[in-house]
Design a protein around this ligand. Structure first.
Ligand code: SF4
Length: 126
């Protein structure tokens, strides 16, 4: 069982996500307004917790974990589990989830390496 991440400890995850998602995100705006609307950043602690709890080569397991932990409390999801925002590809979390998973796994692996004696530690950028 992993400890839940708080706001401060999510910062490296947020940085890694921004490095991977923002350059390809169709919503990216130079005025920073997108960061205030971004559903990834709005739900960041729950997103990180959900992804860290999964260790699988299967993307559907990450999708199920995120939908269970995040979508239920998002306010956009209908009682039957459907989400118009997701269906319209207007949810950054759903649209870029594969990149978010890569980013979270990258930070998780880097942190695990720093705790393993004898492991060569490459400084984590950012
Ligand atoms: S898929 Fe829908 S319910 Fe889930 S985070 Fe995105 S907008 Fe919210």
């Amino acid at each position: 069982m992993q400890e839940p991440v708080d706001e401060i400890r999510t910062e490296p995850y947020g940085d890694a996500i921004r490095r991977r998602v923002c350059p390809v995100c169709l919503d990216e705006r130079v005025d920073g307004e997108c960061a205030r609307r971004c559903l990834i950043m709005r739900h960041l602690p729950a997103v990180v917790d959900a992804i860290r709890a999964v260790d699988s080569p299967r993307m559907d397991e990450y999708i199920a974990a995120v939908e269970s932990a995040v979508c239920r409390s998002c306010g956009q999801q209908a009682p039957d589990g459907t989400c118009v925002t997701r269906d319209r590809a207007e949810c950054t979390l759903a649209t870029y989830l594969f990149l978010v998973v890569d980013a979270v796994e990258e930070v998780k692996d880097a942190r695990a390496a720093t705790r393993t004696p004898g492991t060569l530690v490459v400084p984590f950028p950012g």
